[in-house]
Design a protein around this ligand. Structure first.
Ligand SMILES: C[S@@+](CC[C@H](N)C(=O)[O-])C[C@H]1O[C@@H](n2cnc3c(N)ncnc32)[C@H](O)[C@@H]1O
Length: 290
């Protein structure tokens, strides 16, 4: 069941910066490349046949990647508190459930305790006040030796550039302020390993990848700012006119493709629950724990 995942995923682009509690499938018509996430998940050990519990699935982009990696013999149960965001399951082995993971988990009682071999999510822990406590409660549904893998955006080190790019610098500051105003943690990536350990898991690895503007098919800052306009205005960070003006300046600054601007870092960390053996519990193949 837990053999090698076929074929490495090509790495040609990165995911967009943290984008609030809004399901990203609804944030505009721009299609994001998810190859970084797929590569992270495969390296962490998500593989064919696994039963995966995903939290904060939003529009289901990560759910689709998980379903692809576990294949028809695996299963993905994906949770989000925002029922309206939940899409139609892309495959018969995928189930979406409206659950607020900080609240009552009784709708998970339909699944036997210890029945999942992995717990996963992307850009959701940053919105939780007590992420370790939430993960600890969810661990009851994980079997011994299960994989716990999360990817989180982090803006601690940004803007990253050799010389100031005033409009780009301003946009990253506004995004950071917006996340703080919304109660999110813009440094969740750096906190990931300690959060997994505090939840009682055995930390295995952490990876980080720069989101570089203009490279790959992630959202350019001008598009991201347009999508985030209402949130920036409602957090009283800037007026609508100021946002529009910055969008124009961003487009002008972005015209030189040789200037490298790091707008975010995408971190992925993984860990395992105690107990279990590869033979009896489907613990991920140790060869995958690089
Ligand atoms: C930034 S979106 C990420 C969506 C998806 N994971 C992705 O990367 O494309 C964060 C998601 O977490 C969900 N979320 C936040 N807090 C939650 C909670 N307490 N319970 C369940 N879902 C939650 C939001 O509804 C939203 O869909």
């Amino acid at each position: 069941m837990l053999g090698e995942v076929g074929g490495r995923v090509a790495c040609d682009s990165v995911v967009a910066p943290g984008s609030g509690g809004i399901p990203e499938s609804r944030q505009g018509s721009v299609k994001r490349d998810n190859s970084t996430t797929k590569r992270f998940l495969a390296e962490a050990g998500i593989c064919e046949g696994m039963h995966v519990l995903e939290i904060g699935c939003g529009g289901g982009e990560v759910t689709r990647l998980l379903a692809e990696l576990v294949g028809p013999s695996g299963r993905v149960v994906a949770l989000d508190r925002n029922e309206a965001a939940l899409p139609t399951p892309p495959a018969p082995n995928v189930q979406f459930l409206a659950v607020d993971i900080t609240g009552d988990l009784k709708s998970l009682e339909q699944f036997p305790r210890g029945s999942f071999q992995a717990l996963a999510g992307r850009r959701v822990l940053m919105y939780l006040a007590e992420p370790a406590e939430v993960l600890g409660r969810l661990s009851e549904w994980l079997e011994g030796g299960a994989l716990v893998v999360f990817e989180e955006a982090d803006s601690t080190l940004v803007p990253g550039r050799l010389a100031p790019l005033p409009a780009h610098d301003q946009a990253t500051e506004w995004f950071k302020s917006m996340l703080l105003a919304e109660g999110a943690n813009p440094s969740m990536g750096f906190h990931l390993p300690a959060t997994l350990a505090r939840a009682g898991f055995h930390f295995a690895k952490v990876r980080g990848e720069a989101v570089i503007q203009g490279q790959g098919s992630q959202f350019p800052l001008a598009d991201l700012l347009t999508m985030m306009k209402s949130r920036i205005v409602s957090a009283a960070i800037a007026t609508a006119a100021e946002v529009d003006s910055l969008v124009e300046r961003l487009r002008q600054e972005a015209s030189d493709p040789t200037r490298v601007f790091v707008s975010d870092i995408s971190f992925c960390a993984w860990a395992h629950t105690s107990g279990g053996t590869a033979a009896s519990t489907g613990e991920p193949d140790p060869r995958k724990r690089r």
